[in-house]
Design a protein around this ligand. Structure first.
Ligand code: PLP
Length: 396
């Protein structure tokens, strides 16, 4: 099996599992208890908080554990709306956000909030100037993701945040795909809130965090006990927290997240596919993207059909976001790019991690060549398209 779907989730690192295990069987006390046996659980949780804070240059008091990226995004967006309701009802986000942000905004629209969805160009990048122009006197929140989950493009968050915060507008960034894969400094980014998830960086699933800058008075959205300094109710998932902390520590120990190695593999993959397969395009900016992300669109083909054929050859890749798997049609991210109609349904996302090898990439290229050739030989639409093309290759 060749796993090239690391944006959907990653393998939990063996060291992370080893670190978590004692917290199921030995240090299983509820950290809220005052007896001494609960000290171990509390210590594990606090070390994890420190490792995570250190990775993004935050203070450990600014890290709040959640059940994952989805909860963190919901809390940031709905929590900001809930907190700042009296100040204004306008929110700015982008057309290519994850559904955890987009659908939180849609919910808020039902209760009277006004949301501006900033479009992107063909490069999949949000223009800071478009965000600035959308800002109003009643804007309370700007939520722009740091890196896109489908096309991997890295957004100019610090520039956007500077303009928003100058106007007293809160800034949230969904850094679920970026955390543990690229350098993040919350002070340079200049954000008030940042979401991350453990399972995208070799940590456990169902574990996330929301960074809330000290001084930002975000209200909790979960009612219940006083865990996480009365900000996020619910008994803490101590093994998950410890695993998340270990994963963050391991990311920090890597040489620049092993991004040089991953980028080399990705560029080799892009070069071979675009050199050896006709009528394929790479979605989104090549330079401003996560090291491991490649999103291809193949003219006149259906992404899911290619995905199934590759699966039969032992290769795992995705047509877009894992949260959208099984939903037919074009994703909202690909739709936002406005790519030529012939390409828009033939999208496949490959996401590489540092445990992938060049041999795996070469095997995948060969498999892709075979599958694309076979499917196109049966496609009348492709024959018409190919004949109509003046150039025999289209690369963006
Ligand atoms: N935001 C982005 C950009 C993501 O890619 C994902 C997951 O794919 C999420 C949020 C949701 O995170 P989780 O799976 O931890 O709920």
């Amino acid at each position: 099996m060749i796993y090239l779907d690391n944006a959907a989730t990653t393998a939990v690192d063996d060291t992370v599992i080893k670190e978590m295990l004692p917290y199921f069987t030995m240090e299983y006390a509820n950290p809220s208890e005052i007896y001494s046996y609960a000290t171990g659980a509390r210590k594990g949780m606090n070390s994890a908080r420190k490792y995570i804070a250190d990775l993004i240059k935050a203070d450990m008091t600014e890290i709040y554990f959640t059940s994952g990226g989805t909860e963190s995004d919901n809390w940031a967006v709905k929590g900001a709306a809930y907190t700042l309701n009296g100040k204004g009802k306008h929110i700015i986000t982008s057309a290519i956000e994850h559904h955890a942000v987009i659908n939180s905004c849609k919910e808020l629209e039902k209760s009277g909030f006004d949301v501006t969805y900033i479009p992107v160009g063909r490069d999949g990048i949000v223009e800071p100037e478009s965000v600035r122009k959308a800002m109003r006197s009643d804007t309370i929140l700007v939520s722009i993701m740091l890196a896109n989950n489908e096309i991997g493009t890295i957004q100019p968050v610090s520039e956007i945040a500077r303009m928003a915060r100058e106007r007293g507008i809160w800034v949230h960034t969904d850094a679920v795909q970026a955390f543990g894969n690229i350098d993040i400094d919350v002070n340079k980014l200049n954000v008030d809130m940042l979401s991350a998830s453990a399972h995208k960086c070799h940590g456990p699933k169902g574990m996330g965090m929301l960074y809330i800058r000290n001084g930002v008075k975000l209200l909790p959205v979960m009612s219940g006990g006083k865990q996480e300094r009365a900000m996020r109710a619910g008994t803490e998932n101590i093994p998950g927290i410890v695993g998340f902390g270990k994963a963050a520590q391991l990311c920090r120990e890597k040489d620049n997240y092993n991004s040089e190695y991953i980028t080399k593999l990705r560029n080799h993959f892009i070069k071979r596919v675009t050199d050896e397969i006709e009528h394929v395009m790479v979605n989104g900016s090549i330079d401003k993207r996560l090291p491991g992300n490649v999103s291809f669109s193949f003219a006149c083909l259906d992404g899911e059909t290619i995905q199934i054929q590759l699966d039969m050859k032992g290769i795992c890749c995705s047509t877009g976001s894992a949260c959208n798997a099984g939903v037919s049609g074009m994703s909202h991210v690909i739709a936002a790019l406005n790519i030529p109609e012939e390409y828009s349904f033939g999208t496949l996302r490959f996401t590489i991690s540092d445990i992938n090898t060049r041999k795996e990439i070469d095997y995948t290229v060969e498999a892709l060549k075979e599958v694309v050739k076979k499917l196109r030989s049966m496609s009348a639409k492709y024959k018409i398209y190919k004949n109509a093309c003046t150039k025999n290759k289209t690369i963006y």
